[in-house]
Design a protein around this ligand. Sequence first.
Ligand code: FES
Length: 245
Amino acid sequence: METAAPIPASQCEPVPQPEGKKVKLWINDRLVEAPQGMNLLEICRSQGIDIPSLCYLPGIHEAGICRVCLVEVEANGRRALQASCVYPATEGIKVYTHSPRARRARKRVVELLLTEHKGECPACVRNLTCELQRLAGEMGIRRVRATGERRRYPVANKNPFIIRDYNKCIRCRRCETVCREIQGVGVLGPRNRGFDLVIGPPFGRDLGEVDCISCGQCVMVCPTGALAERVLPGEEPITACCIRE
Ligand code: FES
């Protein structure tokens, strides 16, 4: 079985919402009715409004981590930037998805993510299928303006099937969620804090040194090349799920 390229979250099907109380809100000056509590990102997408997202996986990982989906929300007389993937539909709020402030903020967020990302796109296994690369292209980001200290980690490659390159990780934590919630394995999690935060196995171990079952689900949901199938020269990519007797 060949692992397919991950589906960008923006192309995923909207999550069916339970029937319940409806609320009325304004989206770009248009009155819209939506189930109470449904997140703004899904509502906007159901209205044909495209808002970029990165860490969001509908129904699986809705944590509001990356902030790529920022929109402006006016509520209680205050207008502020909010992550649309976790902001619930609320009666009477006004949402501005493409105001100059919202667009500028989303672009800054992607630029900041790029400052922490090893930019070797032409040589990366995810070149042209990388979600971060696609977003940067769509937003017209041609260079990373911020400079400063960068993290440098050796590539973790003791797992026979999966390579973990922390230098490309944007810490969206999708891998952690699928490993724990979907596969029930839970060998990935946060380590350290702030600038030194990494998402990986505990105690600085390699994926090859913990109870990873090499299912490849983390690779499937990784938006960049931070998790990739290990491909040896002349060999097809393989995960444990591919092995047949
Ligand atoms: Fe909303 Fe990441 S997609 S915070």
